[in-house]
Design a protein around this ligand. Sequence first.
Ligand SMILES: [Ca+2]
Ligand SMILES: [Ca+2]
Ligand SMILES: [Ca+2]
Length: 455
Amino acid sequence: MKVSLKSLTAVCAVFCIVGCSSKDLYDEKAVEMKEDATYTDNFLKKYPNVDLNQDWDYTTGQVTYSLPSSSSSTRALTRDASYELTNGEFILEGTVNDYMRKNMKAGKNNSGKGNPFYMKVPENPFTIVPIFQGNAEYVWELWMYVEGIGDIKVWSKGEGLSYQEKENGSWTQIQAGVQDPIPNNVFAIKSTSYTFSGLPVGKNMYFYLKVTSKNNMICSSLNQMMLTLDGFPTPKNLPADNTAMIVGCEDQPGGDYDYEDMVFMVYGNPTPPVYEVEERIEEKGKRYMMEDLGGMDDFDFNDIVVDVYKRTKQILWYDVKENGERKLNESKTTTKEMTPLAIVRAMGGTLDFTLTIGNKTWTKSDNFNFKEMLNTRNIDWNKNLDEFEVEGWNYNSNNVSVTVVSDGKERKIKFENGGTAPMIIAVDPTTHWMEEREAVPADWFTKDWWVKSYE
Ligand SMILES: [Ca+2]
Ligand SMILES: [Ca+2]
Ligand SMILES: [Ca+2]
């Protein structure tokens, strides 16, 4: 529906005269209309440049991958296991960097050099050392997922990484957020090292980059966004009896796949054993963020935050060449749709409500004290307040709604496709919701702001 704000009141008035038979219903409709008008007024005061004639779905089609044993339903397990992380410093001679530069040419598609992989936690400690930053302006963080522990942040771009052009020369600190690669033919690279010990032995683990400058886009080793690279010279500062593996990362799905945007080394005695991914779960999700109209002017869109994931189990197919080289064959990969999963992440309102997603309903007061705000202060982004499978949810049409109970009256809020100020918006599940009463940024209401690199 396309309407201008001026005609909105007129449209509603006509609708009500025609559509309401009893006086009570008329009054109820009149109250709702007044609420809607106030809400829209407030919205346009807060976001004067936002066009109401747009749909409120900002998802980019972002997909994330997990192992069948570590899908979103199990990701938020309590962190009962403990581990130790110690920092050190590693100096890598420039010749290792030269080898990488020669074999992983910037801008060249290097995706044939490796396959999706995961690892298993070894009995011994192992160390991660970021060693190279390529020609990449995105800002990212290196994360590791370990079953039984969860998501562990290892490193932020630029942090503790510097290079020396000449022997005994000064060290140049690498910056994040600028196209500032480590140059060719440096003498040495100095980096903070991250040594992990005490992780649960034998559990699956994998790496991913979280691109924080682009909606927390995920570039995972399960999705061939990271490759283990063979043939590197052994760094001379490696502790005795240790081996090293080198991992090249691509920071943009649909990018150039040169895998030199970030490179890190993992060493240990031995390094974590590497496995090819045979099965994985692909998740394509939407994070619905809702206003419950308890307050009509905060636009924190955190009164209900619920993710719904379309899930597909994939059994990957690799073509094996005569020389033993294996190559992922996506067209021969088999897929099986699973029932979508909803996960309630936050509820920053004090009104009771019933959520409807497809054919499934879920009521706050059946599960929680409805007057309590949950996970909108000191937010835990991995929090799983409750989860349930949903049949009948349509990824494209966003058939979600919420019925809010206020002063004994029920008020239904639907996902609208424009024409009125939004009460429900859809964003990628990696998007962070707001602290209590903090309005979502105006940028969000500009489609161009959301990176479309997954399409
Ligand atoms: Ca790249
Ligand atoms: Ca609110
Ligand atoms: Ca709120």
